[in-house]
Write a protein that binds this ligand. Sequence first.
Ligand code: RFL
Ligand code: PHB
Length: 389
Amino acid sequence: MKTQVVIIGAGPAGLLLGHLLREADVDCVIVERVSGDYVLGRIRAGVLERTTTDLLDRLGINARLNAEGLLEEGLCLADGGRLIRINTYELTGKHVIVYGQTEVTRDLMEAAHDRGLEIIYEAGDVSLHDVESDTPYVTYTKDGTKQRIDARFIAGCDGFHGPSRKAIPASAARNYERVYPFGWLGILADVPPCHDELIYANHERGFALASMRSKVRSRYYIDVPLTEKVENWSDDRLWDELAVRLGPDVAPHITRGPALEKSIAPLRSFVFTPMRHGSLFLAGDAAHIVPPTGAKGLNLAASDVAYLSDALIGFFTRSDNDGIAKYAEKALARVWKCERFSWSLTKLMHRFPEDGPFERAMQVAELDYIASSRAAQTAIAENYVGLPL
Ligand code: RFL
Ligand code: PHB
């Protein structure tokens, strides 16, 4: 098979890129390791920035998003007894929208069929070849047969564990990494949220987050040591801990219910450079990871894809090499800003095992400053709703 762009990975980055290219009549094929149902079974992000929803609007894949997404005007930071509200809408004029990654993915998958976007699911042994040349290709096995797709470019949208990043030689690459000493234990339940806005809490027993997927489905997290096992957390134990960490004002509003899903995700900050090597481009989690504090991961995948689709469309429809040449630099400038925000909010809202009274006093001082300063709140709000492209 021959195409213009082979996209590896049918997560949000790969699906969005595929749709944006198809819309501009650029040929592409997506190759995905697992089945569509498996992709939809992953419970991940819940908060979409305007940059992300603008892309869905541009594609016209927004009917359910507009009907079911919850517009959020602010967020709260809780610190023991107090709740600091940041009115992000008033400070920036922008909303974020609560709409799950699962739903975004489902909408993109369903539209793929109607729009002739080809997705090859359950492709085994996906390998990249000749990425330094102008004639790269991808091989994979499907139903026991080896297949090959030739292309002009390969887009590596295959997440943190995929093969694309590894196709760039170590001599050309650089990794920046911070692994955090805890993970987030999440619970999804069909109960109304305890609050109409997200609450990030820093309690002496640790971090907690109250989030949601809809008016009848809630998502909560607490941080736990990396050695912790999900089996040690019965639903009751987790609800009790959430009530303590979210504080006495919030606890009475928590509705408990059986877990639909419960899992632990480790926290990591990671940036890989370069985001382009020859004919291979990286986008989304394939190139960078942020800790989930601040809800940037999916949104960053979407902003990479906005730059990359512009670059590829310019190349194929206007013979314009400029976007291709500048992709890595442009994307990375935004990536580092989002890395900084996610890292600083993680530091502010978590109790690190190595921290002592000094570090805690710094957190309290920063939260006091945020509570009293419109400038400090604006800085958080601008990052939370999404920096401009
Ligand atoms: P994905 O979603 O990991 O998709 C990559 C796809 O590539 C496939 N793949 C392969 N395909 C072919 N061959 C191979 N060998 C392959 N290896 C892998 C995979 O099967 C998969 O389908 O990466 P993408 O598209 O870059 O999207 C990134 C986002 O998924 C991620 O950044 C977010 O989920 C992060 N994240 C959040 N982001 C937000 O913006 N807001 C949030 O509220 C938010 N909350 C979260 C999160 C991530 C979490 N976890 C579990 C990591 C909450 C959690 C708990
Ligand atoms: C979520 O709803 O899953 C969520 C919300 C905000 C975050 C991370 C995850 O910062």
